[in-house]
Structure formats: C-alpha cells, structure tokens
Ligand binder design. Structure first.
Ligand SMILES: NC(=O)c1ccc[n+]([C@@H]2O[C@H](COP(=O)([O-])OP(=O)(O)OC[C@H]3O[C@@H](n4cnc5c(N)ncnc54)[C@H](O)[C@@H]3O)[C@@H](O)[C@H]2O)c1
Ligand SMILES: [Zn+2]
Ligand SMILES: [Zn+2]
Length: 346
C-alpha cells in the first residue's frame, strides 16, 4: 500500500509501505475512505514532536471501512463503516474507567504518533471495540472526519472545561480549525457574545460567518483594550486559548472577568507566566486538557440530526495519492485560505 511517511524533520514522502495486519486479537484493520491533515502533523514535520520516529506513517483522523477484525473484537465486523478516533482507549484501565481516554495506560494519542496512522490506504486500529465508532452508510463522510479530533477538542478542552453557559460572554483566542470548532460547539450553550481574536483576516471573516458576534485582529488593534471596552471593563466569563503561545495565554489572563474561566486548548512548547498578582482575587478557574474524545458519540448524533454543520470547516479536497500537494496547500494555509482538507482514498 502507499502512505505518507515522516522521514525525519522536514522530510516526508508518499511511498510504498507494507500493508498492516492484525497484530493483537483486539485490533481491527481499516481501509481508509477519507482522512485529513492536522496542524499537529505540521509540528511533527518541523521536528517539534521528537517521539515520532523516522518511517512513521502520519495522520490521526479519518473514516474507513473494516477490512478485518481480530478474534477478540465483538462490536465491529468486516464491511462496517467506522469513524476513527484520534485517541485510542483500552476501555479497562483506571484512566479509561474515569473517561480520561487520552491518558489510557495502553492507548491515548497513538495514531500517527507512536504507531502508524491514517494518511495511508490501510491502518491498524488497536482496541477497535473502544476506539472506533459505527457510522451509517448514507451519511456525509467528509463532515464526519471533523469528529476524529477537532470538534471533540474544541468542545471538551474549550467549551466544557470553560463551562460556557447561556448568556455568557466568551472570548476564543485563535481561529484555526480548533478555534472554529470551539466556536461552533460553544453555540450549543447559547452564550450571548462570542468574541474571536486572531491575526488572520480571512479566518476572522470565517469566524463571523460561523457565529462570532465580534472579530478582533490582534495584530492591528489592542485586543485587551477592545475586549474591555466591549464588556464595559468587566472582562469575559470564559476565555479559551486555542493557539498555544505565551502571548495568547497572557491575553486570556488580561481579559478574564471576576468568576471567569480560562480554558487552555493550545499545545504549549514554552513556559508561560502566571499572573497571580492580578488574578488571585478574581475567583477564576484555569483548566487544561488533552482531548479525551468522550463527546464523540454525542457529536455524532448532533451532526446526524443536522444540528451541527461540521462540513463547513472543509475548504479543500484532494485525492489521497495527491497528499504531497495537499500538504503544500495546508502548510500555506493563510494564502490558500485553508482550514480542513479532505483526502479521499479512491
Ligand atoms: N489540547 C488538545 O488536546 C489539543 C488537540 C488538538 C490541537 N490542540 C492545539 O490547539 C491549537 C490550535 O490548533 P489549530 O489546528 O487550530 O492550529 P492553527 O495553527 O491552524 O491555528 C492557530 C490560529 O492562531 C492564530 N494565531 C497565531 N498567532 C496568534 C496571535 N499572536 N494572536 C492571535 N491569534 C494567533 C493563527 O492565525 C491561526 O488561525 C494548537 O496549539 C494545537 O496544537 C490541542
Ligand atoms: Zn489533530
Ligand atoms: Zn485504557
């Protein structure tokens, strides 16, 4: 089969690899139907995720069809269409029993990280019974790819951790796929105001279309001053950090109001200062989280019931075999106006 292989920092290739097979009885072999590229894949390619070894097939999102199951798999059979979760869970360890699948003792983020991933014609899925989801055959599978990672991440790490409530004023810093997924799922809870902050005008325009009540370009205006003005100097109820750099977490600390919640979603590579000298008296909560994908079944229902239009995050489509071209487009997201790219295995 062919797959997108990481060959060390800055090096990737669409090349021939052996077709995977069942290794453990709890495995399933899935033929990929659709997959996509995540910002995390770009981080891996830069060499920012050193535990990814050379020769690794990238990708942790996708939908597919079961080709074969191990003899301990009971929930799936050959021919079933499945959504692949970016998080693998054994379902039995102490973390899985607490619904913290991201910390599964034998799972967590494995695909395209510690084991071969989904940017391939076939992928081996460990613990298939608890890491795959059934999908109906007559549904828009492109939209479902948004459920592997970005929508659960925005909902769990941003909206649920931030305890977004009716009438709240919410600020989302970062309007990449994750920030926009946060924006879409925040609206389940009818906040009064959603202020989106980014430095990319196109993404801010998309945020407005997706329901942001205010869009602030923090490269051309002082975002803190603007938000304090918009909130009559009270600050926001929920500040969601969806970039992963010190200045954006700093912005969240500046705009959070009394009793507010700062929900960090971004992956940080650098230390960030915590300003307890200003926050100690404000009754705030700060949360962090690695996505668990515990909300995937609920999100599947909302997409199937047309309550959540996940497909609108898709901006580009390529054939899987043209994935090198797709990477070039995604790596140039600002000029290409790219959000999510669907790759079809045809
Ligand atoms: N916690 C988790 O489990 C989890 C899961 C997936 C992704 N993430 C993280 O979420 C973050 C967002 O992911 P993404 O795929 O949307 O990334 P992305 O790079 O596509 O988007 C980031 C956005 O931030 C904007 N930005 C950059 N600098 C800014 C600044 N100074 N001020 C305001 N905006 C700025 C960019 O223009 C871009 O639109 C990343 O850090 C990613 O690693 C976390
Ligand atoms: Zn991802
Ligand atoms: Zn587990």
């Amino acid at each position: 089969m062919n797959a997108l292989v990481y060959n060390g920092p800055g090096k990737k290739a669409w090349e021939e690899k052996p077709k995977p097979g069942i290794v453990k009885p709890t495995d399933a072999l899935v033929k990929i139907i659709k997959t996509t590229i995540c910002g995390t894949d770009l981080h891996i390619l830069k060499g920012d995720v050193p535990e990814v070894s050379e020769g690794r097939i990238l990708g942790h999102e996708g939908v597919g069809v079961i080709e074969e199951v191990g003899n301990a798999v009971t929930a799936f059979k050959k021919g079933d269409h499945v959504l692949i979760s970016c998080i693998t869970s054994c379902g039995k360890c102490s973390f899985c029993r607490k619904a913290m699948y991201s910390h599964c003792e034998d799972g967590g983020w494995l695909l395209g990280h510690l084991i071969d991933g989904t940017q391939a014609e076939f992928v081996r899925i460990p613990y298939a019974d608890t890491s795959l989801y059934h999908i109906p055959t007559n549904i828009d599978e492109d939209a479902l790819v948004m459920l592997s990672d970005i929508l659960p991440t925005g909902l769990e790490c941003g909206v649920l951790n931030g305890r977004v409530a009716p009438g709240d004023t919410v600020a989302i810093v970062g309007a990449g796929p994750i920030g926009l997924a946060t924006l879409l799922t925040a609206q389940f809870y009818t906040p009064a105001e959603i202020i989106v902050i980014d430095i990319d005008e196109n993404r801010l325009a998309v945020a407005k279309q997706f329901g942001a009540t205010q869009a602030i370009n923090s490269s051309s205006e002082n975002a803190t001053e603007q938000i304090m003005r918009l909130t009559q100097n009270k600050g926001v109820d929920v500040a969601i950090e969806a970039v992963g750099i010190p200045s954006t977490f700093q912005l969240c600390q500046e705009i959070i109001g009394a009793g507010g919640r700062i929900a960090n979603v971004g992956v940080h590579g650098k230390a960030v200062s915590l300003h307890l000298e200003t926050l100690w008296s404000k009754n705030i909560t700060i949360t962090t989280r690695l996505v668990d994908t515990v909300t995937t079944p609920m999100l599947l229902k909302t997409v199937m019931a047309n309550k959540l239009d996940a497909g609108k995050l898709i901006t580009h489509r390529f054939s899987l075999k043209n994935i090198m071209e797709a990477y070039a487009t995604f790596a140039n997201a600002a000029e290409e106006k790219a959000l999510k790219i669907i790759l079809t295995n045809d």
